[in-house]
Design a protein. Structure first.
Lengths: 359, 870
């Protein structure tokens, strides 16, 4: 069962939002609405997030991803649709019940850290617990643990303005982790950081996630980050989710040109694995009986290339039990580097435009 | 455009509020007064230097050692100015107003920060409160809160609320939205978001608002004196009323010291109370290092210090009262060095006249000592010959007992002041209260208050020091200081609502004709009504000292002189009476020679013994003629007291016999109504100048303009302007409503209203450059003597027929002053004579009228004898 479900979420800002939703459902476009002064920030967004999954929502600024995120913990009330958290409909809760859920089960990490400047690092990390009413001693213990987890042991007495950006966001992360919430909402949390530090933070998040197995919804406008972090990625455009899938899905089968244009700059070699390269193993030219090197579906593109160079025929992909699940042709590897996913064309066929362009 | 009766609406709203909401204002008043009294009691309890020490410790704690030292220096300065009590009153008022302002403004600011609707409603209200001229709401505040601290607090509040609200709203709105969102995301309730995130982060801004509230409150302090709130404001107000720049500056600088102290303290407090401020401070100190002068006292040490000082303060006044070394007599004199001992009772007029005589006699070469005594011992000493004379016997009433007992051993050298008629008055609807005795036990009815006037007025001290005590009302009633206009506003408010009120008043006063009032009978003669203030000497003094005896017999003071001298003495403070007299004499250089003339003439018939009370209007021709007569009559042995007054009171005063004479009755037209009303009790001694006229005048170098009709079509020559005088005067109305339309000039000319001096300045400037100018003038006027002007003929008589200036007197005047009556009936002045006299007086300036008359008389030999043939 999924931990978090969004069902046909709409968020419209402006006058008579309910009416606007009806019109949207009837096919009115967002631009037509905007002419009337109403803004549809999120249009019919639905998705499921499984426990322990990192679900990345990717989109350019103004695509509605932050609005979508704020509907997940009720900071914004959806104009239409439901948010189910562990089966509980958040949109049906009273303000007080909603606050209780937010304080215990959902925490949030912000783009600009949002640390309280009048509180020390420890007090910041303990904030969520303080709201819950946890006694001082216990909350300081748990906050200290959370700070240790994010690598900030020894900084408890410092003040936020004494820390670097990366360290501040670690405090933000510690604050979110200290409450033991199951669901972590991260709003462009690493976007304000330098690229190197951003990478560190991403690694640390993945590291922590291995241990903690939180359910995370992560907002970003950076596809590389999305690919690195996301178990699943939802791409948003103009308030709508245009594609929802794994990193490979999005790279290999972009839903439209918009998504495809995003994927252009992505370093495919870091994202693609043997699983997304392999083709049907029962083709006649599939090597089978030989004792050549084989790969697993998880093998990265870079490793795969090395293997393919050594093996005289297509590389066999075998699962952990040694069962052949597919093969990867060398020509296909080269094709992917050139963003060309189809197979070779016979010599006597007329060259396609695309082939010429690619050449 | 129809006239919108906005003013009427306001009036009826105020009336409605007075009728229906007075309970609310009464509650507020009680709260304000209680809070004010409480704070003042605390602030004024310790000895002033101790309190200054406590303030210094606070400054040390919140700022630095240097701050503490400066604070102590500043407050010591206030103490040395003898303004400490008043400074604490002002401080109390500002503190109470600030606390109330915060109680109101912080919640409103929070509300406005959370709701745009509230914000958009509150903002224009704040604009209104900040920009509405204070006078506009001060007087209504009086109607609701009556005179005293509450009205002052309200006035301060109205002015000072705005920054509190604005800064709170701004502070909260400025808090980073992401921080508020973060708080909400962790499930913080709105209330806790406010308390834990928004307010702490907005605190520096809010404290800046508090600071502004206090600063604006202090800047309002000067105005609160006008509504009877005691303190530095009253001092400044009083000083300005007396045109005493120095005293005003003292009060002003004390306010500034308070302001700077409070400003630094609140900003220091702002840093201490807000965690952010504390952090910034710690960082700064870490960066700069602690130096001696920016060393801050630790809170614990500061608290301990304050406690210790407060304990000492509570224990007993260690420093004691400031002792005043009694000024001993100067020995060794150039003159005869004859010893004279003057005794005095420490009442204002006694002190003033005694030290005046001390100074005068010392200037004349006597060796004078003074002894301060109570009334009884004074008479005893006088009878025994230990004291030579005293100047403060209230006879025949107040001191009748003493006179009966010691009279045979004393000599009465006559009255030098009076008769006075001061009284307490109540509206006539106050049944059963006819005399001061009736006030007893009725303090509940009057709320325990007697509405007074300027604390500087002599009658206030008589009331407080004598009348209330005499009638045993001093415990029951409190005299509220304020101002004459405020007292009258209070009277009017109470009168309109038929509420009980008792006010200090004096006769003559226009209030008696406007309101139906009862003068409270004064059977004990506590006011000295009918009394003169007499000089008594030991028997044989005037025989042994004939010169001094004669001087004392002829000694007279006007109320103006006396109150002026008293004010001077009060200002100088105890122990400096003689210095005060000296500085007063510097301002009144002719007094010494007048009261102690070097042996010369002294003539006059019997009627000259009675001083003449002449009232005059502050119009040029009246100032001229009354000073001329004063001078001439003085030479003939008469004494003339001059009182500036207004038309209504003059006629009333004359009719009641309180005034003797007025030289400036414009009849039969201008003052017709007054004359008709009072003529049964007045006498007309005939006209000394005629005819008067109102006119438009142009310089004679403006050719071709001889009549008003000639102005037509010449608008461009005169810039389309006729320079007028004060708006609202009858002349201006006549010009606007009759003259200009009458000659068809109303489209072409605009009347510039301003003031008489402004008009004359304009005329002078234009005349010097030979520019065309048309001014509103009247005859007689000295301008005709100074410049060559053409009075524009008025063939249509649009300005009305000219009046004659007549002399009118009280009914009994001719029988009291037969000689004078004859002189005045024969008195005539020509236009050029009057104009040149006015001219001379204007040239020599205010305060030198007597000298101007002297100069003028020198240029008109024989004039004096023509006026008063001997």
């Amino acid at each position: 069962m999924s931990r978090l479900q969004a069902e046909h979420l709409y968020k419209v800002f402006g006058r008579r939002p309910g009416e606007a939703v009806t019109r949207l459902k009837d096919g009115t476009t967002r631009d037509e609405l905007r002419a009337d002064g109403t803004t549809a920030a999120v249009v019919d967004a639905s998705f499921d997030v499984d426990p322990g999954q990192i679900f990345v929502v990717m989109g350019l600024s103004g695509s509605g991803k932050s609005t979508l995120l704020r509907m997940l913990n009720g900071l914004l009330e959806p104009t239409a649709g439901r948010v189910l958290f562990d089966g509980q409909d958040l949109t049906a809760l009273s303000a007080r019940e909603l606050r209780a859920v937010r304080s215990k089960k959902i925490s949030m990490v912000f783009q600009h850290f949002a640390l309280f400047p009048h509180r020390s690092v420890l007090e910041n990390a303990a904030y969520g617990l303080e709201v819950q009413g946890v006694p001082r001693e216990e909350r300081e213990k748990r906050a200290t643990e959370a700070l240790e987890m994010t690598g900030l042991a020894g900084w408890e007495k410092s003040w936020p303005d004494e820390l670097s950006g990366g360290m501040q966001q670690r405090v933000g992360l510690a604050r979110a982790l200290a409450t033991d919430a199951d669901l972590l909402l991260m709003d462009e949390s690493f976007s304000a950081l330098d690229p190197l530090i951003r990478r560190d933070m991403q690694d640390q998040l993945l590291e922590l996630q291995k241990r903690l197995k939180k359910t995370i919804v992560f907002i970003t406008h950076d596809l590389n980050e999305a690919m690195r972090l996301g178990d699943r990625i939802a791409v948003m455009r103009d308030g709508e989710i245009v594609q929802n899938g794994t990193a490979e899905d999005i790279l290999i089968n972009p839903a439209d040109d918009y998504v495809a244009s995003f994927t252009k700059d992505v370093d495919r070699t870091r994202v693609l694995t043997a699983a997304s390269m392999m083709t049907d193993p029962h083709r006649p030219d599939a090597g089978s009986g030989c004792s050549c090197e084989t790969v697993t579906p998880d093998t990265s593109f870079n490793d795969l290339c090395g293997v393919a160079a050594r093996v005289p025929h297509p590389v066999a992909v075998k699962d952990t039990k040694g069962k052949l699940v597919g093969v990867v042709h060398q020509s296909r590897l080269v094709g992917f580097l050139g963003e060309y996913a189809e197979g070779p064309i016979a010599c006597d066929a007329a060259p396609t435009k695309k082939a010429v362009a690619s050449a | 455009m129809p006239r919108i009766p906005f003013g009427d609406w306001v009036n009826s709203t105020v009336d409605w509020l007075l009728d229906h909401m007075s309970w609310l204002f009464d509650i507020l008043k009680t709260i304000f007064q209680g809070a004010y009294d409480g704070v003042y009691d605390v602030l004024s309890a310790p000895e002033s230097l101790l309190m200054a020490g406590i303030f210094a410790l606070i400054a040390w704690w919140l700022r630095s050692l240097l701050g503490g030292v400066l604070a102590f220096a500043g407050f010591s300065f206030i103490i040395s100015l003898e303004l400490w009590d008043h400074a604490m009153m002002t401080l109390s008022l500002v503190l109470v107003a600030t606390v109330i302002a915060l109680v109101i403004s912080v919640p409103v600011g929070i509300w406005a920060a959370r709701s745009n609707t509230v914000s958009s409603i509150v903002r224009p209200v704040l604009d209104l409160m900040q920009t509405l001229p204070a006078m506009v709401y001060l007087i209504p505040a009086l109607l609701f809160f009556r005179m005293g601290a509450p009205a002052g607090i309200v006035a301060t509040l109205v002015f000072a609320l705005a920054p509190g609200v604005r800064m709170t709203e701004l502070g909260i709105r400025q808090v980073d939205k992401e921080l508020v969102e973060a708080a909400e995301a962790f499930g913080t309730s709105p209330r806790n978001t406010l308390l834990r995130v928004q307010l702490p982060l907005a605190l520096p801004t809010i404290m800046a608002g508090v600071n502004q509230v206090i600063m604006l409150g202090l800047s309002m302090a000067a105005l609160t004196g006008m509504v009877g709130a005691e303190g530095l404001g009253a001092d400044v107000n009083q000083a300005i009323g007396q045109l005493d720049v120095g005293l005003g500056a003292e009060g002003g600088i004390a306010i500034v010291i308070l302001a700077v102290f409070l400003d630094r303290i609140t900003s220091g407090l702002g840093q201490q109370v807000s965690p952010l401020g504390r952090r910034a401070l710690a960082k700064l100190r870490a960066a700069r290092g602690v130096k001696l002068w920016n060393y801050q006292l630790q809170p614990v040490a500061a608290l301990a210090g304050v406690l210790a000082l407060a304990l000492v303060a509570g224990g007993m006044g260690v420093f004691g009262g400031t002792s005043s070394p009694a000024t001993a007599s100067d020995a060794k004199n150039v003159g005869q060095g004859k010893k004279i001992n003057i005794g005095y009772i420490p009442w204002d007029e006694g002190v003033a006249s005694t030290f005046l005589w001390k100074e005068v006699l010392e200037q004349r070469g006597y060796d004078v000592t003074t002894s301060q005594l109570d009334a009884g011992p004074l008479y005893t000493s006088l009878a025994q010959g230990d004291v030579d004379f005293e100047t403060d016997s209230w006879l025949p009433t107040t001191h009748a007992e003493y006179w009966k007992k010691y009279g045979k051993d004393l000599e009465d050298l006559g009255s030098w002041f009076g008769p006075t008629s001061l009284e307490l008055s109540v509206p006539s609807y106050m049944k059963g209260i006819d005399s001061l005795d009736d006030l007893k036990g009725k303090s509940g009815t009057f709320d325990g208050k007697i509405t007074g006037i300027e604390p500087s007025a002599g009658m206030m001290s008589i009331l407080k020091d004598k009348v209330l005590k005499e009638y045993g009302l001093d415990k029951e009633y409190k005299v509220v200081d304020g101002s004459t206009p405020a007292m009258l506003a209070e009277l009017k408010a109470a009168y309109a609502k038929k509420e009980p009120i008792v006010t200090t008043l004096w006769s003559p006063h226009w209030a008696y004709s406007d309101f139906d009032l009862k003068k409270l009978k004064d059977p004990k003669g506590a006011w000295g009504k009918g009394d003169g203030v007499h000089t008594l000497s030991r028997k044989g003094f005037s025989k042994e000292n004939p010169t001094v005896g004669k001087w004392l017999k002829n000694f007279k003071m006007t109320e103006k002189q006396l109150t002026g001298l008293e004010a001077e003495i009060n200002k100088a403070g105890k122990g400096k009476q003689q210095e005060a007299v000296q500085s007063w004499l510097k301002k009144n250089p002719d007094v010494v020679d007048k009261i102690a003339p070097l042996p010369k003439k002294s003539s006059g018939s019997g009627e000259s013994k009675r001083p003449l009370n002449a009232a005059y209007f502050a119009w040029d021709e009246n100032i001229a003629v009354v000073n001329l007569w004063k001078r001439v009559l003085a030479d003939r042995g008469y004494k003339m007291n001059l009182t500036p007054s207004d038309v209504g009171p003059v006629y009333t005063g004359l009719a009641q016999g309180d005034l003797d004479i007025n030289f400036d009755a414009w009849l039969p037209t201008t003052q017709k109504t007054y004359w008709e009303k009072n003529k049964a009790n007045l006498k007309d001694l005939g006209s000394w100048y005629s005819p008067t006229s109102l006119e438009v005048a142009v310089p004679s170098y403006v050719k071709d303009v001889k009549t008003l009709a000639d102005l037509k079509g010449k608008g461009s020559t005169f810039g389309g302007k006729i320079i007028g005088i004060e708006p609202g005067t009858g002349v201006m109305a006549a010009l606007k409503d009759k003259v200009l339309p009458g000659y068809g000039l109303d489209k072409e000319y605009k009347i510039v209203s301003g003031s008489t001096p402004a008009m004359l300045t304009e005329l002078k400037a234009a005349y010097a450059k030979k520019e065309p100018i048309a001014v509103l003038l009247w005859s007689p006027h000295w301008a005709y003597n100074e410049y060559k002007l053409t009075k524009l003929a008025d063939p249509k008589v649009a300005f009305g027929a000219g009046d004659k200036i007549r002399t009118i007197t009280s009914k009994n005047f001719p029988s009291q002053y037969p000689q004078l009556t004859q002189w005045i009936k024969n008195f005539k002045m020509s236009e050029s004579e009057l104009a040149s006299l006015e001219n001379e007086i204007n040239k020599q300036g205010k305060g030198h009228e007597g000298d101007a008359v002297g100069t003028w008389l020198k240029g008109h030999p024989g004039y004096e004898d023509k006026m008063a043939p001997q």
